[in-house]
Design a protein around this ligand. Structure first.
Ligand code: IVH
Length: 693
């Protein structure tokens, strides 16, 4: 077949653009079908990337022509040479941690209170060793393995299907009786023996060695060439479910049995525990056996066994109310503090970092650790040259706990925290009540500018590959990148970039492609990319879901910089957005330079509306509800959580703004007030129907 002549994006007129978008949607869909369903790709990854990039570039020029079946609405475009993105049918959430029996009791107590469980009723759980690997979601259709992805941001992950197909522990077909659609979650990990053997082989071959089994597992799975994955020995334990077309069990324990029946390996140490005491005993047993196991574990996961209770408990933010990770105590070591470095973050915060004589802490070589802040160094009188105790727990940055006083060498001096920025020399000041000293250099501070740019292109934000720290710093120094807006003029300077040292035409083109592919950005990512203090990914998502579109968000934020405005009050009342966050948002939007940057950015990128949260289509979404009286079938906490999950706002008192009063037994004065104000009042039974119990 003759290849159609492609007109340059800039030269397309509207009708040509329309036809071209239709052609691209068709071609990409065909490629996806071939790749995912027939497992026989019809084009190279590079060609696939090029089509998607072209599609995104045309849509950026003609936003109104974007088709409902556009490839940009499907899974996220893969950066040149990277993995495609896959969206999880049901989000992959994470777990909260506890460290002590008291914290574990609190977790159990909270769940019991939420459910209003009678104290005499048992709450059995399943205990599973917590393996430190990487979590994976596997999708099976009609019993056949169709795709698998890493956790990613919990909403979409990286498509590692081809690599998972090389793993023996991932069944290609499920034995008997699987639902027609099911997502199965578990952990890919590497045993200690396989890890040591791999590192030995790597070292012999002059290749990089891995710091720990977790990194080795992740590095082996996230290989663009599946034959490398195939040559590595990876293991897999299945332990959780995602979306499924049918209910497959009533209890988690039963579910583990089904998993085994389908052909998965379930950790044989998993145990059904009847109560808190049995859980405590299991925790101690595992802590004792930890060192003798064939793989690293960093704790035990406890899951409430009854799946109906799990559903009622639901989740808060990124963690379920029905499961918890009880971690083992952190590992410690003693080493020498060689120096204290001061780093400058994107908000200008000066953070002290300990430079250490490298030391092995529970299998990981540690050479840097956090010193928290100025006061901490002062309080613990930590000096350069001291011997310090450090601690490492899970994935968090190692911490300096304190000084070994008797080993202090002679002649050390108290550490004086700098009062100027080590990068730009501006004054660094501490505001009252703030633990942190900040550089006042703002826009002139290169460290802040570089950190802001890095944040802007980072994975949870614009996710532009190929713009690493080093490149950003160089481009910044040479004036190519001053503000995030400049990123989008880099493609126009491709030939100039290609001539730079260490570049070349291919890498310059890859960079342009990676940037063009990100001219459409979901609202939550855009908000997060702005790098406003206290607006992490979770808060950005909350705001995106609340406002829906960039236009509404921006208008509200501008209005909210006025303290007494309705917009400010509305912002104050978004659940999960506290006053400190509101302050930061308002301050950001009150700064004219920020507003100007936003306007310039809007000309460069298309900000996609937020996906309607589950709640938006529910009859309760946007409604203000008041509960009164006693509910017989659920606690107030459960009722409130469900209402909020469905998009409603729950308040304590009845006013004209109340849409609905749910009255249990003995409702009292609120019911009278509701009647006076003609607020719709319903009983518990009607509430259960409305909320879908
Ligand atoms: S359950 C809502 N079970 O720990 C269910 N996670 O800290 C979420 N992990 O992301 C996960 N062993 O990577 C679960 N038996 C187990 C696990 C386990 C290890 C990991 C997993 C998860 C992380 C959360």
């Amino acid at each position: 077949m003759k290849k159609p002549v492609e007109i340059a994006v800039e030269a397309l007129d509207e009708s040509e653009a329309k036809a071209e978008l239709a052609r691209l949607a068709e071609r990409v869909a065909e490629a996806d079908r071939a790749y995912y369903e027939a497992d026989s790709p019809v084009m190279t990854d590079a060609e696939y990337d090029r089509l998607r990039t072209r599609n995104a570039a045309i849509e950026a020029r003609f936003p109104s022509l974007a088709r409902p079946d556009s490839p940009t609405h499907r899974v996220g475009a893969a950066p040149a040479g990277g993995f495609r993105k896959l969206r999880h049918r049901e989000p992959m959430i994470s777990l909260d941690n506890v460290l002590t029996p008291a914290e574990f009791s609190e977790f159990v107590g909270r769940a019991r209170r939420f459910l209003g469980l009678d104290p005499s009723r048992a709450l059995p759980m399943v205990a599973e060793p917590k393996i430190d690997g990487l979590s994976i979601s596997l999708t099976y259709e009609d019993g056949r393995f169709v795709s698998g992805a890493t956790r990613g941001d919990g909403i979409e992950g990286e498509d590692v299907t081809a690599n998972l197909k090389t793993m023996k522990a991932v069944p290609q077909r499920l034995h008997g009786g699987a639902p027609s659609f099911i997502e199965i979650r578990g952990e890919v990990y590497m045993t200690k023996t396989d890890f040591l053997a791999l590192n030995e082989a790597q070292e012999k071959a002059g290749e990089k060695v891995f710091a720990n089994p977790r990194n080795a597992a992740a590095g082996s799975l996230r290989q663009l060439d599946p034959s490398i994955t195939a040559s590595r020995r990876l293991s897999f334990f299945a332990y959780a479910m995602g979306a499924a077309s049918d209910q497959v069990a009533d209890t988690h324990w039963g579910y583990l049995g089904r998993l085994r029946g389908w052909g998965f390996t379930v950790n044989p140490l998993s145990k059904h525990v009847r109560d808190e005491d049995e859980a405590g005993a299991f925790q101690e047993k595992m802590a004792g056996e930890r060192a003798t196991l064939g793989y690293d574990i960093d704790g035990v996961v406890y899951k409430i066994d009854d799946l109906a209770l799990q559903r009622r408990l639901g989740s808060v933010g990124r963690a379920p109310r029905w499961a918890v990770a009880w971690k083992f105590p952190a590992e410690q070591a003693i080493t020498k503090l060689e120096d204290i470095l001061i780093q400058v973050g994107r908000t200008g915060a000066l953070t002290p970092v300990a430079q250490l004589t490298p030391v092995n802490v529970g299998g990981v070589l540690v050479s840097r650790a956090s010193l928290h802040n100025e006061d901490e160094i002062e309080r613990k009188d930590i000096r350069i040259g001291d011997w310090v105790r450090i601690q490492r727990a899970g994935d968090v940055i190692p911490q300096v706990l304190g000084v070994i006083a008797e080993r202090r060498p002679k002649g050390t001096k108290r550490f004086v925290f700098p009062d100027t920025c080590p990068i730009c020399g501006s004054r660094a000041v501490r505001e009252t009540d703030e633990a942190v000293r900040r550089c006042t250099g703002g826009l002139i501070c290169a460290a802040q500018a570089v950190e802001r740019l890095r944040h802007f292109v980072s994975r949870g934000a614009f996710d532009i590959e190929g713009l690493g720290e080093k490149t950003i710093a160089e481009f910044h120094t040479d004036g190519l990148l001053k503000s995030p807006v400049d990123i989008f003029s880099l493609p126009a300077r491709e030939s100039e970039i290609a001539k730079r040292e260490g570049w070349g035409e291919t890498s310059a083109r890859n960079l342009s492609n990676a940037i063009e592919a990100r001219r459409r950005v979901p609202l939550a990512r855009f908000i997060y990319a702005l790098g406003i203090r206290r607006i992490g990914e979770a808060n950005a998502r909350l705001l995106a879901r609340h406002y829906g579109s960039y236009r509404r968000f921006a208008a509200a934020m501008r209005a909210a910089s006025d303290l007494d405005s309705a917009a400010r009050h509305a912002l104050d009342s978004i659940l999960g957005i506290g006053p400190a966050i509101v302050e930061e948002l308002a301050a950001f939007f009150a700064e004219p330079r920020n507003v100007a940057t936003l306007e310039a950015l809007e000309r460069e990128v298309t900000i996609e509306d937020a996906e309607s949260s589950r709640g938006e289509s529910s009859p309760l979404s946007g409604k203000t509800i008041v509960f009164t009286g006693t509910l017989a079938t659920m606690t107030r906490a459960e009722a409130k959580a469900r209402a909020e999950a469905l998009g409603a706002k729950v308040t304590d008192s009845v006013s004209r703004a109340t849409d609905l009063l749910v009255a249990g037994t003995d409702p009292g004065s609120k019911a009278r007030k509701a009647a006076d104000l003609e607020v719709r009042t319903i009983d518990e039974e009607e509430w259960r129907k409305l909320a879908g119990f």
